[in-house]
Design a protein around this ligand. Structure first.
Ligand code: ADP
Ligand code: MG
Length: 410
């Protein structure tokens, strides 16, 4: 970041009285900038100044906690976290029962800005993991790292530390990343808080980072819980490529919330993206989204399961050759397969209307749909190959490299 930006903001802050509440957003902003620039002392100074003017500002509190931790003052960090979580849970005292916290003042900052925010967890079209076809290894990893501990307090206790940090699902579009997250939500019920870029980026300046803070705040009130950030590249895109303060502030707030997780046992963070290379690199550091699960186009057994799932409840000819369809749909994503069966069904429907009786989906319908529906993952896979040519090695990259090699891409 350009030093002159810091200087300009510093002098603007210096011109305001220390107790002037209108200085708070500026000081909070500065603290966030310093924190993401790795200047923890400066971040702490401004977060503390913001708190002097507005002691219940939750953003200033999380920044102060993260900055104190970054300076190595864990005791101070713990203090700020305690106040922060007491405010978020609305409890009147800290766990020690010493510090009296009044309810936060009704400042515009804390008022909900929109009534319908996207992480309402009630979903009439409930799906569970049983609806996700194939993907055994992905399911197993999620079972191990998320569902198991969520459903077993003893495991959580024993492995608490190792379970911290976020998990990022990534891979080509249409491979079921969002679908899997919805299924996890179905498994976990109300303790799933999910947000898309549209939920986060509101129309008012300054609202977006508050949406992030509220999302995590709500999850902390209902532990164990999962926060799911869909399309993480659009929520937390590289700050260097984005020129709005808003987008940068969102990444900074995400960093604050992720780093504050240490004090929030039982909140798991899950994200999905088609473009991991566009995610801000700070979000990928240890303790943040450092664990990744590559979600590739379904393999043969998964395609078989997905196709059979699609045939359920549709009129299909008894001699449908699923095996040959599985062979012909290499590199098709889950969404591509859904589209394929829908296109074939449409043909059968048209015919049925012509003849005036139900004419089931035939092999010919499917083969003709197959000719019209190329796999959509190709473009992504060649982009990925280009990216890998410039990237280093790594566990998940190696998995993708193997896939590209076996499919002769790149
Ligand atoms: N493994 C799967 N099992 C069942 N349906 C799937 C699967 N993968 C993809 N789909 C279907 O494809 C659609 C698109 O998947 P989605 O989760 O939006 O992909 P992504 O988020 O990876 O881009 C889903 O709504 C679902 O109908
Ligand atoms: Mg998606």
């Amino acid at each position: 970041m350009d030093r002159s930006v810091f200087q300009a903001l510093e002098s603007a802050a210096a011109n305001l009285a220390p107790t002037d509440p209108t200085s708070v957003p500026l000081r909070v902003h500065l603290a966030g900038l310093y924190l993401s620039a790795g200047e923890a002392e400066q971040a702490l100074k401004h977060a503390t100044a913001a708190l002097a003017a507005s002691p219940h500002d939750t953003t200033a509190l999380s920044l102060a906690a993260a900055a104190a931790a970054a300076t190595g003052n864990e005791q101070l960090a713990e203090g700020y976290r305690a106040v922060h979580s007491a405010l978020l849970t609305g409890s009147a005292t800290t766990p020690e029962g010493e510090l009296k916290i009044e309810p936060p003042p009704a400042s515009p900052v804390l008022e909900p800005v929109t009534e319908t925010i996207g992480w309402d967890s009630s979903d009439p079209n409930l799906v569970t993991l049983a609806d996700v076809a194939g993907m055994l290894d992905v399911k197993q990893r999620l079972q191990r790292s998320l569902l198991g501990p969520m459903q077993n307090p003893q495991l959580r206790e024993a492995f608490g530390k190792q379970l911290r940090g976020g998990l990022m699902l990534w891979g080509p579009p249409g491979t079921g990343k969002t679908f899997i997250a919805r299924a996890l939500s179905g498994e976990l019920g109300a303790r799933f808080f999910s947000a898309t870029p549209a939920d986060i980026y509101g129309s008012y300046f300054g609202q977006s980072e508050q949406n992030i803070a509220r999302l995590f705040g709500q999850a902390r009130q209902e532990t164990p819980g999962v926060v799911f950030l869909d399309e993480l590249d659009a929520i937390g895109g590289r700050r260097s490529r984005r020129n709005t303060d808003q987008a940068r502030a969102v990444v900074n707030q995400l960093l604050v919330e992720l780093d504050g997780m240490a004090s929030n046992d039982g909140v798991y963070v899950l994200a999905a993206t088609n473009a991991p290379w566009d995610v801000d690199e700070a979000l990928r550091r240890p303790g943040r989204f450092d664990r990744t699960v590559l979600v590739l186009p379904p393999d043969a057994p998964a395609r078989d399961a997905l196709l059979r799932l699609q045939f359920q409840g549709r009129p299909v000819a008894p001699d449908i050759d699923v095996a040959s369809l599985v062979r012909g749909t290499e590199m098709f994503s889950g969404a591509d397969l859904v589209r394929l069966v829908e296109a074939a069904t449409e043909r059968a429907l048209e015919r049925s209307m012509q003849v005036g009786m139900v004419s089931p989906v035939t092999n010919a319908d499917l083969q003709s749909a197959l000719r019209d529906t190329p796999p959509s993952t190709r473009a992504w896979l060649s982009t990925a190959a280009t990216f890998l040519a410039h990237a280093g090695t790594g566990e998940d990259f190696d998995e993708l490299r193997t896939y590209l090699r076996t499919h002769k891409i790149g």
